[in-house]
Design a protein around this ligand. Sequence first.
Ligand code: ZN
Length: 235
Amino acid sequence: MCYNNVQRRRSTIVLIFCAPILFSFLFQFTTVKRLNFSYLTQRSTCDYCERQLMFYEIIPIFSFLYLKGKTHCCNRKLSLAYFCGECASLLSLLFLFKLPSLDLTLTLFIFFLLLTASIEDLKSLEISLSLIIVFLLAGIYLFEINLRSFLIVTIPLNCIYLFFHKVIGYGDILIFSFLSLFLSLNYVYHIILCTFLLAGAYSFSLVLLKFYRPHLRIPLIPFIFLAFILVTYIM
Ligand SMILES: [Zn+2]
C-alpha cells in the first residue's frame, strides 16, 4: 500500500484527536448494563451525582489534568482508568509510522478492542460481553472471517479451559477466539506465544521481588494487548 507523508500527517492528526475520544466512549460503554438505542443519544454524566457534564469536562486527557483528577460537581476522585486508557490510545500512532502487515483498519479495530478490554481487566478482572458482541458483529460486517483459524484455535482453548479453568479465565479464551476469527493462524500463534512469554516473565519477576501471593490473579488481556502490538509491529 502506498502511504505518503501527506496521508500520514492527516492520519496522525485524526488519531491524536479521535483515539482518546474513541477509547473514552468504548470504556464508558463497558459499564452499560442494559443496551438500547437511547444510549446513543444520552449526554455524558458524572459517575457519582449524575449531573450532565459541561463541554470542558468531557475533553479526554485535558479534562483530567485541568480538574486535577477530581469531579467538578461533587469533588470526588475521577477514575484513573479513563486517563490511562486515553493516554495509551495514542500508542495507535505507532501503526502509522510502520505500517502493519495487516490491513490498517483491521489493526486499529483490534487495537481498540484489546485496549478497552485490557483497562477493564486491570480495573475489575472482568470483560464486558456487550463490548465483545458489538465488536464481533461489526467485525463480521467489515472484515473477512477466517473460519479455519477460528476452529483450530477455539476448540483446543476451550478444552484447556475445561481442565485448567483456575489458570486461565474464559474472557481470555473469548479474546483469543475473537482474534482467530479475523487473523491468520500463524498470526494468532505468535500472539499467544508472545502473551504467555510476557505474562510468564511478569509472574517470574513478581516471585523474584517477593510480591507473589498464592491467590493472586493476574489479568491476562493487557499481555494479549502488548503481544498484539509487538507482533503487529515486528511482523
Ligand atoms: Zn458529580
